[in-house]
Design a protein around this ligand. Structure first.
Ligand code: FES
Ligand code: FES
Length: 156
């Protein structure tokens, strides 16, 4: 099957896609975008979170064929060239990254939260990130990063 989809603003095509192939496999293995991570492949960890037509999804649970003719944005697409997105920058500045495996999914989830709720409360942050598992940070630095990104966004 041929899959043509818009990824980070550019139309991309992959051939010989297997009908059961995931969007995550398509992005990582065929389109050279390793930002979304493959940890559980069961929709449990959120490390593969990307936007599909503006909605965050677990790319491991979406068939590649479902992305035909649609818009995908990955963590790579949030940056402006070499300039990190403010949410990405906040994760760096807050020290919210250890092994980094969960980080792309958390960044996309935080980006989505701050687009919907510019000044979220702590319970709102925890709720929004509940589907993203991190085995390293204990989440406190992750919360710091989202608070920092929200403060910077409000100050702009
Ligand atoms: S790899 Fe998709 S949710 Fe864990
Ligand atoms: S930083 Fe290692 S899993 Fe989150």
């Amino acid at each position: 099957m041929r899959v043509t989809t818009t990824v980070n603003g550019t139309e991309r095509t992959a051939d010989d896609v297997w009908p059961g192939e995931s969007l995550l496999f398509l992005l990582r293995e065929r389109l050279g975008l390793p930002g979304a991570k493959n940890a559980c492949e069961q929709g449990e960890c959120g490390s593969c979170t990307v936007y599909l037509d503006g909605e965050p999804v677990c790319a491991c649970l979406v068939a590649a064929g479902q992305a035909i003719g649609r818009e995908v944005t990955t963590v790579e697409g949030l940056a402006d060239g070499t300039a990190l997105h403010p949410v990405q920058e906040a994760f760096v500045d807050a020290g919210a990254v250890q092994c980094g495996f969960c980080t792309p999914g958390l960044v996309v989830a935080a980006h989505d939260l701050l687009a919907r709720v510019p000044e979220p409360s702590d319970p709102e942050i925890r709720e929004a990130l509940a589907g993203n598992l991190c085995r390293c940070t204990g989440y406190e630095k992750v919360l710091d990063a989202v608070r920092l990104a929200a403060r910077r966004q409000a100050a702009q």
